[in-house]
Structures are given as C-alpha cells and as structure tokens.
Ligand binder design. Sequence first.
Ligand code: S5P
Length: 273
Amino acid sequence: PSAHLQTYAQRAEKHANPAAKALLETIERKSSNLCVSVDVTKKADFLRIIDIVGPYVCLVKTHVDIIEDFDSSLIDRLKELSAKHDFLIFEDRKFADIGNTVALQYSSGVHKIASWSHITNAHPVPGPGIVTGLASVGTPLGRGLLLLAEMSTKGNLATGTYTADAVRMARAHRDFVIGFIAMHRMDGIGAQAGEAVEDEDFLILTPGVGLDVKGDSMGQQYRTPREVVLESGCDVIIVGRGIYGKGSDAEVREQAERYRREGWVAYEGRVSP
Ligand code: S5P
C-alpha cells in the first residue's frame, strides 16, 4: 500500500536517514504526530512553553533568530528538554540562497543550526545546489532536510510546476531530503513516465493547522488535523499560536493535549478505517 496507509512504525523501518527514522520512531513511541511551533521572542517563555508541551509532541519547531536574548545556553537547555521529553528539534530556517552561502549559514554564525537541529528546511527556488550545500554540512551529522514544496498562505507561489520541480529535486537527493513542507501528499508528483516511485516515502509536515480560527490578518490559512492528516494524507501537524498563544500554562497544556489527540485520531482513522 501507499506509504501513508502504513503505520509510522512500519515506515520507520524503511527509512535510512537517521533523522527521518528517529522522527517516525518518536511519533510511534509517544502516539503523537504533533509538532509545536514555539514562535516567541524571550528565552524564558520559549523554554517554559517547551517544558509544558514536551510530553505531547514528537517535534519542536523553532525560529531561533526571533529570540532577543539568545545565547548558547538556550541551546543547551533545549537539548536537555529534548532528552527529558523525548522529542526532536526542527529549526524552521527556510534557507534560500546559493549552496556555498547556505552551508555557512547552516554550520556557522551565532546559531550553528546544524550542531543541534535534527531537521531543517529550505526553499527549492535556488535549484539543486541548495541541497548539495546543506547536505555537505548535514549528512555527516545525520541530519534531514525538508523542502518547501507548498505553503499555507493565501496567494503563495509554490504551486503547480514549482511544486513538481521541488519533488524532483528531492528525489535526486533521497539520502538527505526526508520530505516536504506541504499541504498534501506528493506521491508520484513530477515523476517521469516509467520512473519507479511507488516505494518512495517522503514525510509531509504541514503548518496552517488550527481548530478554532480559519486564519489570521496576514494571509495564514488554517485547516483541522482531520483535514490535514486524514483527508490530505499528511504525517505531522505543525501548530503554533493555536497552542502557545493561549495564555495560562494550564491552557497551553490543555491545547497541546487536544491537538495531539486530534492528530492521532485522524491518523488512526487513516491506517485502520
Ligand atoms: O507555509 C508555511 C510554512 C511554514 S514552516 N506556513 C507556515 O505557517 N509555516 C510556519 O509554521 C510559520 O513560520 C510558523 O512558524 C508556523 C505556523 O504558525 P501558526 O501560529 O500560524 O500556527
């Protein structure tokens, strides 16, 4: 059967990339396909929210460049929380430059992303050199890359042939590109006639997930975990403001539990209808 009709555990066995395998195993172990996006600007808030939601997530997504009081101790604490609560880390860096530049941005600077982030992502717009550049840093460290094949926002340009070209770019680097940021499955998209792609299993991580509102004032669009996981066949739901934006610690915990449950029920409905 198509990969998304198999269990996360079955799929984990078939992935060679260490980050993809670890993510699928973590999802299975914790019964959670929830990734929380912690888009706050203060170190203390960032760490507090992660400690609250940690038990309910497979993955924590970060934008470390928005943290005003960033220093290397933040990364030490983040790694401790990752071990304590058993989740992986995804720095949502959205690289978009030439290979040589992204290799430096990934390895160096203030943030040294490759040294702590299991997964990162890139826009395919520069062409395959962006993957080669990031792979030169990430592959020796066992990291995984997601390409942004689609986006969640109104009027975005990642559609049609752009999306198909992103999938083709990923197919040419299957050891390092583990999947996509996308709104639905990419199975067979962009394949040439006769190209054998039935066994491919790219992970689909999907932002733009919310249960209470349909969008924001800046073009974001939300769908429910059921629409994303059951109807569109995506693997991981990414939720930001729907969880961390809820005020009290108790409410943040409650929302994390709620999205974990909704995401998991949708998955169970998909693999055993
Ligand atoms: O197309 C996209 C791709 C990403 S990675 N749309 C997105 O919203 N994202 C990210 O997901 C975005 O940068 C933000 O960190 C998160 C969505 O946050 P929310 O608060 O709208 O759930």
